[in-house]
Design a protein around this ligand. Structure first.
Ligand SMILES: CC(C)(COP(=O)(O)OP(=O)(O)OC[C@H]1O[C@@H](n2cnc3c(N)ncnc32)[C@H](O)[C@@H]1OP(=O)(O)O)[C@@H](O)C(=O)NCCC(=O)NCCS
Length: 199
């Protein structure tokens, strides 16, 4: 991602994270410009015939921040990624966004291949992230008592498909738990699936 790609990446947020996801949580141009300034090698876009059809944001966080397994905000320090630490151990996935008309053709997988390459070339310990589980709430309405923990385990074992967690598990990420109150995200019951990949 270069400075000139930022408006296209911001526009993509509205298409990829429609309501009920809060618009307040979309990137502002200033956020992405800041990421490009502090960690340029960790900010990417996907293009098709000059159109921006994907974006992917990353930070590096300390071992202690990763081990704390906190909310998105506490882990990265908010949208300006105040907790980015170039000497840290863990590449943390801030966002992956693919244009709805360009899904299921491997763009997400290509972003993940780039994440894993960056970990190898920079000698980092791991990749970590909290993943939305946007099909949880709707399913939970038909299955009273279904917890996010039980849901992610069933997605892991292929009993349910989740439009976000399923692809991320297919990239080889390991499910290590659930973070409650990970971010304001109605569809996911505000929970995030904690995922890790190590070299
Ligand atoms: C999640 C997301 C990034 C996936 O990107 P994508 O480019 O469509 O995914 P890919 O083409 O790389 O698909 C990877 C694998 O997951 C599978 N997959 C993708 N979407 C799926 C879905 N909705 N249900 C089940 N499987 C799915 C694909 O079939 C593919 O399987 P393979 O192992 O045979 O290759 C994309 O759907 C997206 O932008 N979602 C909205 C934004 C979002 O929620 N981001 C994540 C924030 S945590």
């Amino acid at each position: 991602m270069m400075q000139e790609d930022v408006p296209g990446a911001v526009a993509l947020q509205k298409l990829a994270f429609p309501p009920p996801f809060s618009e307040d949580l979309h990137w502002d141009p200033e956020h992405l410009l800041h990421h490009v300034a502090v960690f340029p090698t960790g900010q990417w876009i996907a293009e098709s015939e000059g159109q921006i059809v994907g974006s992917c944001s990353n930070a590096i966080i300390s071992e202690a921040r990763w081990q704390a397994h906190g909310s998105w905000g506490a882990t990265v320090g908010g949208p300006y990624i105040h907790n980015h630490d170039s000497k840290g151990s863990t590449l943390y996935g801030l966002d992956i966004t693919v244009h709805p008309e360009f899904r299921r053709i491997g763009i997400g997988r290509a972003f993940y291949a780039a994440r894993f390459d960056l970990i190898r070339t920079q000698g980092l310990t791991r990749y970590g992230t909290g993943c939305r589980i946007p099909d949880f709430r709707q399913l939970a309405q038909t299955k009273p008592g279904l917890t996010p923990e039980a849901y992610v385990s069933k997605v892991q074992h292929g009993e349910f498909a989740d439009r976000t967690l399923t692809p991320l598990l297919r990239y080889g990420l390991k499910l290590i738990g659930v973070v409650d109150n990970y971010m304001e995200d109605e569809e996911s019951g505000n929970a995030g699936a904690l995922l890790e990949w190590t070299r």
